[in-house]
Ligand binder design. Structure first.
Ligand SMILES: *Cc1c(COP(=O)(O)O)cnc(C)c1O
Length: 262
């Protein structure tokens, strides 16, 4: 069953932001919820980065979000991110690519992105490193892990993570910031939480093996529907699109092939 076809999808009220004021209000609401979730588990809300995700949102509305304070934006698709980085070049936004990278797009990412959150194979690492070296740049990266054991999801299987991290120092322009994941698409909070716990546990295990393996050991996890749970489980970056920009028409299966909703 595809996610958009399932009538048991979480019902969220995500009104479309169409003015700087709307954006400021939505961002303030998300920040308040981040703060409450962090305090619930004794964490400092300042440890949690809010990464607004602007995919599918046209340039003129993205401008409003920047005016409301979004200085770094996440995009899933390289083409769309590249187009917006050009269209909005005057704004000085930092672009984070958070979706799967085809190796033939590595040159583009090396040219405009400041961060890549979905690293999950060595071919992409090598292609990025080569392009970055040529450009004299470096790139912050998160290694994406498949914590839901859904075969169609991108991300490394947990058992391959250590060997993968051990290879990364060979690509000296990549600065590993931590791990990234997408939880299972489900209304079943305990199962969603389990994915986040798995990512945190993996991070802790990697640190125990070798402090150097994982850089600062960040955890990018949580989206509009589940970021509060992710923060309770240790997220240091939450990637929030719809709760800031408004509901998206494009089904998530466009971004995660055959995404299912359980
Ligand atoms: C779209 C997207 C998000 C944000 O999803 P929302 O439901 O809009 O909050 C987070 N992470 C990734 C990888 C995405 O592609």
């Amino acid at each position: 069953m595809t996610k958009q076809a399932d009538d048991q999808m979480p019902i969220h009220d995500f009104p479309t932001a169409s003015s700087v004021h709307d954006f400021a209000r939505n961002i303030a609401e998300v920040r308040a919820k981040i703060s409450t979730a962090a305090k619930r588990v004794g964490r400092d809300p300042a440890e949690v980065e809010l990464l607004p995700v602007s995919k599918t949102v046209p340039g003129d509305r993205v401008r409003l979000s920047v005016a409301a304070g979004c200085l770094k934006l996440g995009e899933n698709k390289v083409q769309e991110a590249k187009r917006k980085s050009q269209e909005l070049a005057d704004l000085g936004v930092n672009w984070s690519v958070i979706g799967h990278l085809q190796t033939n797009k590595a040159r583009d990412v090396a040219a405009f992105a400041s961060e890549f959150q979905a690293l999950d194979n060595l071919r992409a690492a090598a292609a990025l490193d080569r392009r970055l070296q040529a450009a004299g740049r470096s790139l912050d990266v998160y290694v994406q892990v498949n914590t839901s054991a859904e075969p169609q999801k991108y991300g490394l299987p947990p058992e391959e993570l250590e060997a993968f991290l051990r290879e990364l120092p060979n690509f000296s322009s990549l600065r590993v910031q931590g791990l990234m994941t997408l939880a299972i698409f489900s209304n079943d909070i305990p199962r969603v939480r389990e994915c986040f716990v798995r990512l945190r546990t993996l991070r802790d295990q990697m640190r125990d093996i070798d402090q150097e393996l994982i850089g600062p050991g960040g955890l990018s996890m949580g989206m509009s529907g589940d970021y509060e749970v992710a923060i309770e489980e240790g997220a240091t970056c939450v990637r929030v699109g719809q709760a800031i920009f408004g509901a998206r028409q494009t089904p998530d299966s466009f971004y995660w092939p055959e995404a299912t909703f359980e």
